[in-house]
Structures are given as structure tokens and as C-alpha cells.
Design a protein around this ligand. Sequence first.
Ligand code: AMP
Length: 217
Amino acid sequence: MRIVLLGAPGSGKGTQAQQLQSDYGWPQISTGDLLRKAVAAGTELGLEAKAVMDAGNLVADDVVLGIIKDRLSNHDAKTGFVLDGFPRNRTQAQDLETVLSDLVKQLDAAVLMDVSFDILMKRLTGRRTCSKTGKLLNVYFSSQEELDECTDAGGELLMRVDDNEATIRNRLQVYDQATAPLIDHYRAGGLLRTVQADGTRAEVYSRLLTVLGVVSQ
Ligand code: AMP
């Protein structure tokens, strides 16, 4: 399947996309992850994107389009993919339609991950990555055992640079202004599905499979 996951930062797009990838083999394509890799590698593109990302603003559309075009032409994206964090505005949604029509492909669904503001703030301010295992954790929602597993293994619980309160506020505002209008765009195209994304990872995943109409693996 070819799926777009829509939703505010912290709505759980990355977590759910990873689960779909592991169960169905549709690669998770996260423009945020691809940009962070470019920043870590110190490429020209990464250097350009870093300040914009640290402030929680959107990286230029043509830069992101280049990344997406490149990634979608990979062999593993031939039979399906889960877009996580792209498109983020109307221009990018149109760009995606052009790229897919050039590949003679179509989206199957755009899934809105709907979460209340309070939960979003806790997910974002509490989000940590284990430096040892790479596992995504949350100081509010992960069990003490899971958190200890990381530190006992000699890992540190790292926070993303853009998960501080000022940047989070801006990212949520950017979402409301630039990305939320895509909900109507996909509704008009008959592709929109909505998932109530409060709750545990497993609960949300089961609702996601239901709206996608796929059987659980
Ligand atoms: P994410 O990991 O999806 O929250 O993205 C982290 C940051 O990367 C965002 O706040 C933006 O600065 C940048 N970014 C990710 N995806 C896009 C996109 N599709 N368009 C523009 N900027 C993006």
C-alpha cells in the first residue's frame, strides 16, 4: 500500500510507520529522519537545513522534494511505502501527486492521526531515544523497566534538539497553519481516513489496520 501519515508532531506517525514497515514491508519514509541524517553527516544540504529544523520551521520545498524523489525511486518503495512527515503543505502535496503520476502510481490512503493537545505535549517533551539501542522511549509513558533497560546497558536517554518547549510550540503552530489544511485536501480526494491516536501504541496500531482495511499479521 502507498500511505501518507498525517498528524501533528508527536501524534505517533514514526512509531506506527515503523510497525507497518516491520509487519508488511512497506518502508517508512520519514523526511525528518532523512534530514537529520544529512545534518549528522554534515552534507551541504544538512548544513543548510540545520538552523531551520532547530527553530521548528519547514525546510524549503525544493530541498525536501529532491530527497523524496530520490527515496521513492529506490527499489524497496516499488510496491508500497509509508510517508511520515511528508507532505507538510499544499505545494508538497501537489509535488507528491506529480512524482507519483510520473511513476504511474497512486496513493491508497492518507491517514490522520488525531491526538489531543495535552497528549501531544507530553509525547514531545517526554520523548527520548536510547543512545545505545536507538529505541524510542518516553519518560511519561514508558515503564520504569524499559527506561532502566537503556541506562543499565550503559546508554543515555537523549532528547531531540527540537523537542524543547519553544521549538515545540512553533512546530505545532507550523502544523496548524501549513499542514492541517491537507486534511481537507485529502478528504476532498476521498483518501482521508482518521485514527483516534490517543492510547497505547498497540491500541492505535489496531485502529490503524482497521481503517486501512488490512488484516493483522
Ligand atoms: P519530524 O521528524 O517529521 O518532526 O521533522 C523534523 C523537522 O524536519 C521539521 O520540524 C522540519 O524542520 C523538517 N522537516 C521534516 N519533514 C519536512 C517536510 N516535509 N518539509 C519541510 N521540512 C520538513
